[in-house]
Design a protein. Structure first.
Lengths: 307, 297
């Protein structure tokens, strides 16, 4: 049994506890980016894990977090700009009818990981997790357009993850292979708290469901050289329901990414990455191409080689 | 009655099983430390070797199977001096097993039991992957490994007092066998060639037998050979007669090209003995390196 407290990256999923400098691609995958946030689920809280003395690696964990999140369990942020706009429309922050209770913990997770012993060359780890936020707030619309409305309720998520690694002992990672994928599903069960245009809607249910996944592979084709390919998508399911009927549906956004990484030494890394994305913004599909050139240098003591 | 006797049989089987559990669970990071555990602890230990001999111990990851093996271990035997720093501390911390935390009797480092070479260099990344605590590749010196075996016997005696005399006797026997072999090897290597190696992982072997060490193909530890460094080496060593050594997990290109340019012999051997080696297996493994130095490899 192990307890850890402080501000840390949650151990849910496979990618979540990895720091950006150890990512295999320059940027966060779309599923994490949209459903957990750019740096994943990171918060102040307590974690308890249990690694039973069983024949195969099995890890159970529970976490409780304060809930300072942008995605799961977000609290609406009424900034000065919105406050001024509200005043112009003859409204005050109190009219938004959002709870001001901000005490944590408000976000809880549970996870399990299992890794059968496949010998020295092969490794497989499977994981499943769930997360629940007992408070979630959103503000939509614009007071100037007369369509401002606020939502409050709770939110929950679950995910499954798998990673397979082959390490054959080739020089500097030559011949090594890694395949990893995760699926994440999120639901927000909210009620309208305030509706500028139609006050009769207050109390109506608004249920948002969105999911996403990524699948990526990495191959060491020469000593110190890796080629990577990733497909990520968010919004395979992407809908708003109320009382069992669908009010709106949105399209998904997806992307293909290829990366070439050179690791001249243990302490430096150079990466060239190209991505082709089809991103849905306000219901419109937009094609993007991205090119990144990234140089990572690690300073200080020797970093840990996480699985 | 039948039920009772089968219950008795079951109870007896459980007793037998629990006496088997009384053996120490030991995790060795490499097959060389594993060989010492096998030699000194013998049947009193259940041994797991965390890394196979064809891997570079600098570059491993803290895999779930390692964490699993460390979870219930009574003792972890590492080479130490930061060689396993990339993965062992992380794996130990994730195993949540206080017995094997550094500083506790369940944590044993070979390098901490003997005198080290290359101690006290600056901890400067410009000099590559240096280990200011000293060069960790002590497994390449049979004499130091015999000293490690003696220290390991004391540690085992502390963890399992019942078999203390056995552990000490086995370490003494191993020490005698090492002494005999080393005496033979000194005679065999009376007139050794100079050596260039890929990484500074053979220094203990060369120093033990007074073999001249003329440099490494890596410009600084952990940084792969560069064309200019190879050219400098070739210019410096032109006209001399020597040997190029590398291990099986290092790329073969640079050793082959320098051996070719200088007209030297090139030998590529595993740095670690076979996975199932005991004390004899370890000495046979060192014999291959001695043969290589003597010209028979």
């Amino acid at each position: 049994m192990k307890v850890k407290a402080g501000k840390f990256l949650s151990d849910v999923g496979y990618m979540n506890n990895q720091h950006p400098h150890s990512w295999d691609f320059t940027d966060q995958n779309l599923a994490y980016l949209n459903l957990l946030g750019d740096h994943g689920l990171r918060d102040t809280g307590v974690q308890i894990t249990w690694l039973p003395d069983w024949g195969h690696y099995t890890l159970f964990g529970l976490e409780a977090f304060q809930g300072e999140q942008e995605k799961l369990g977000a609290l609406a942020d009424v900034g000065d700009g919105l406050e001024a706009e509200l005043a112009d429309a003859g409204l005050s922050v109190d009219d938004l009818a959002l709870g001001d209770e901000q005490d944590g913990p408000r976000l809880y997770t549970a996870f399990v990981k299992f890794a059968p012993d496949l010998g020295y060359d092969h490794a497989l780890q499977l994981g499943a997790w769930g997360g629940w936020a007992d408070q979630h707030q959103e503000i939509h619309g614009d007071p100037e357009d007369g369509n401002l409305h606020t939502l409050e309720g709770d939110a929950w998520m679950w995910g499954v993850d798998a990673v397979y690694k082959y390490a054959g002992g080739g020089a500097y990672g030559k011949g090594d292979f890694k395949l990893q994928g995760e699926y994440i599903w999120q639901r927000k069960d909210l009620d309208l708290q305030f509706h500028q245009a139609n006050p009769a809607l207050v109390g109506a249910e608004r249920q948002f469901t969105e999911d996403g996944l990524y699948l990526q592979g990495l191959y060491g084709f020469a000593p110190r050289w890796q080629a990577g390919l990733r497909y990520d998508v968010v919004g395979l399911t992407n809908k708003l329901e109320s009382g069992g009927s669908t009010l709106r549906e949105w399209n998904d956004s997806d992307r293909w990414t290829a990366a070439l990484t050179w690791t001249p030494t243990e302490y430096s890394r150079l990466r060239l990455q190209y991505a082709m994305a089809d991103i849905t913004i306000d219901g419109e599909s937009n094609a993007f191409d991205y090119v990144y050139l990234q140089y990572i240098m690690s300073l200080g003591s020797h970093g840990a080689h996480k699985f | 009655m039948k039920t009772i006797s089968s219950l008795l049989v079951a109870a007896f089987t459980m007793l037998l099983a629990s006496s088997a559990w009384a053996a120490l669970d030991i995790a060795a990071t490499s097959s060389s430390t594993g060989a010492l555990v096998r030699e000194i602890a013998g049947e009193h230990a259940n041994l797991t070797v965390l890394a196979p001999p064809d891997r570079d111990l600098h570059h491993l990851q803290a895999r779930p199977s390692m964490i699993r093996a460390l979870r219930g271990a009574d003792l972890v035997v590492a080479l130490g001096a930061d060689l396993e720093v990339g993965w062992l501390p992380l794996a130990i911390s994730q195993a949540a097993n206080p017995k094997i935390l550094p500083g506790n009797p369940g944590y044993f480092e070979a390098a901490a039991q003997v005198s080290l070479l290359d101690i006290g260099g600056p901890a400067d990344r410009a000099l590559g992957d240096v280990h200011p605590t000293g060069n960790p590749h002590v497994n390449m010196d049979p004499v130091r490994m015999a000293e490690v075996a003696t220290a390991l016997a004391e540690r085992l005696a502390r963890l399992d007092g019942e078999h203390a005399a056995d552990y000490r006797a086995r370490a003494q026997t191993f020490g005698r066998r090492v002494d005999e072999r080393v005496a033979t090897w000194h005679r065999r290597l009376a007139n050794p060639p100079g050596v260039v190696s890929f990484h500074k992982d053979v220094i203990y072997l060369l120093e033990r037998f007074d073999v001249p060490y003329w440099g490494t193909l890596e410009p600084v530890p952990g940084v792969p050979p560069t064309a200019s460094h190879i050219r400098t080496l070739i210019n410096e060593l032109q006209g001399r007669s020597g040997l190029v050594l590398s291990t099986t997990y290092q790329p073969d290109q640079a050793p082959a090209s320098i051996a070719n340019a200088l007209g030297w012999r090139q030998v590529r051997l595993p740095l670690e003995p076979p996975l199932d080696a005991d004390g004899d297996g370890y000495l046979q493994h060192m014999q291959r390196w001695v043969d290589a130095l003597a010209g028979g490899g």
